[in-house]
Design a protein around this ligand. Structure first.
Ligand SMILES: O=C(O)CCC(=O)C(=O)O
Ligand SMILES: [Fe+2]
Length: 398
């Protein structure tokens, strides 16, 4: 092969991390983070209070709901997540979801491998797809299942062991479906938009995937991550954390901070598709998972995604002359997402208008010209608004 030809395409499945641990194998090189632009990997970053939102108050029509809506808007614009309490699920039920997750991962390897994913599919039991030779792998095993729409479920990948697994997942999905409506409506209300603005993305044919994560005990937590930094590609994500073992960290003001465990809470993360639909007012949460040399950890993440044919773009009410349109229209964002994730990149960057700087450049040029001609400020302002207006109109068509 000529020296200039591209390296061969590497696409394969990696072995379950649990298998490496059981076999006592040396940690393969491709799990080690060599150049951490993202700062040191450290499990002991400060644990900080994440905003707590009472979902019962969000649905209340009395004035007590107003401050909670304001809290929600502020949490999603500054953090991109919140701890949801009073969500209608009993603590004993959340414990049951955690218990079936642990029981599944505790099964013998041959039993779990009955549900193994293939290279062509994202669903099933397994680990990262290796897409490039430079990829750093995550220290985690997963069981990834589509739970909605129900008629698209691949039941052959749904464990029959433990025997309560399927019923528990069914009930959990049902309950998260109810919460979805509450949260998406409140998100719209908090921005003074029509109630259906975010909900419309997730009605007919919307997808819901649940991912059961296991982070086995790791011999090198100083250089290995459970999950590399990412923001979810979803509209929102519901995350049920391990009840005892911490590990999730979020990026806040360029610092990694640990997320405390509130056993009865669900952490709700804002995904890229809502950042985009809110024209950047809400921020999708950048997060990662650190590993632990003493205890394994589990978590259960449920991702809510628009139907792949649905076009998502900044809401009309959030694009104006003061706030130009920041993102392009996207469709099937998740396909873009996976391609980038394994390469450690953020796909939302590709949805940003690259030529927003042009807007400022043109405005500045006009400003200089008008000042030179001695025109009034009001005239200059009017011309600036016209430029922004045309930018908004034209960027809609891209
Ligand atoms: O395990 C966690 O706490 C986070 C999981 C997560 O971020 C994901 O599955 O996308
Ligand atoms: Fe995530």
């Amino acid at each position: 092969m000529a020296a200039s030809s591209p390296p061969p395409r590497v696409e394969s499945l990696s072995n379950p991390v649990q298998q490496l641990v059981i076999n006592g194998e040396q940690v393969p090189e491709n799990y080690i983070h060599r150049n951490t632009d993202d700062g040191p990997i450290c499990a002991s970053f400060p644990v900080t209070e994440i905003p707590i939102i009472d979902l019962g108050l969000l649905t209340s029509s009395s004035p007590t709901g107003e401050p909670e809506l304001e809290k929600l808007r502020s949490a999603l614009s500054s953090w991109g997540c919140f701890q949801a309490i009073n969500h209608g699920m009993a603590s004993s039920f959340l414990d049951k979801v955690r218990a079936v997750t642990k029981e599944f991962f505790a099964l013998p390897m041959e039993e779990k491998q009955k549900y193994s994913r293939t290279l062509e599919d994202i669903e099933g039991y397994g680990n990262d797809t290796v897409v490039t030779e430079h990829q750093t792998l995550d220290w985690t095993d997963r069981l990834y299942l589509l739970v909605r729409p129900e008629d698209q479920r691949k039941l052959k990948l749904w464990p029959e062991n433990p025997d309560t697994f399927r019923d528990t997942l069914n009930e959990y999905t049902e309950k998260l479906g109810q919460l979805t409506e509450i949260v998406l409506k409140a998100m719209a209300k908090s921005l003074s938009l029509d109630d259906s603005c975010f909900l419309d993305h997730c009605r007919e044919g919307a997808l819901m995937y649940t991912r059961f994560n296991l982070y086995p005990v790791c011999p090198r937590p100083d250089v290995i991550l459970g999950l590399k930094p990412h923001a979810d590609g979803s509209t929102i994500t519901f995350l049920l954390q391990d009840k005892e073992v911490e590990g999730l960290q979020v990026l806040k003001d360029d610092q990694w901070v640990g997320v405390p465990i509130i056993p009865q809470a669900l952490l709700i993360n804002l995904g890229d598709q809502s950042e985009l639909a809110s024209n950047g007012i809400f921020k999708s949460l950048v997060h990662r998972v650190v590993t632990n040399s003493e205890r394994e950890r589990i978590s259960v993440a449920t991702f809510l995604l628009p139907h792949p044919d649905m076009e998502i773009e900044p809401a009309n009410g959030l694009v104006n002359e003061q706030r130009p349109r920041l993102y392009k229209k996207v469709k099937n964002y998740v396909s873009l997402y996976f391609h980038n994730y394994q390469r450690g990149k953020r796909p939302i960057v590709h949805s940003k208008f690259k030529f927003i700087f042009l807007l400022f450049f043109i405005s500045y040029g006009l400003y200089r010209k008008q000042v030179a001609q001695g025109n009034s400020w009001a005239f200059i302002e009017e011309e600036h608004h016209m430029v922004v207006h045309w930018y908004n109109v034209l960027s809609r068509e891209v």
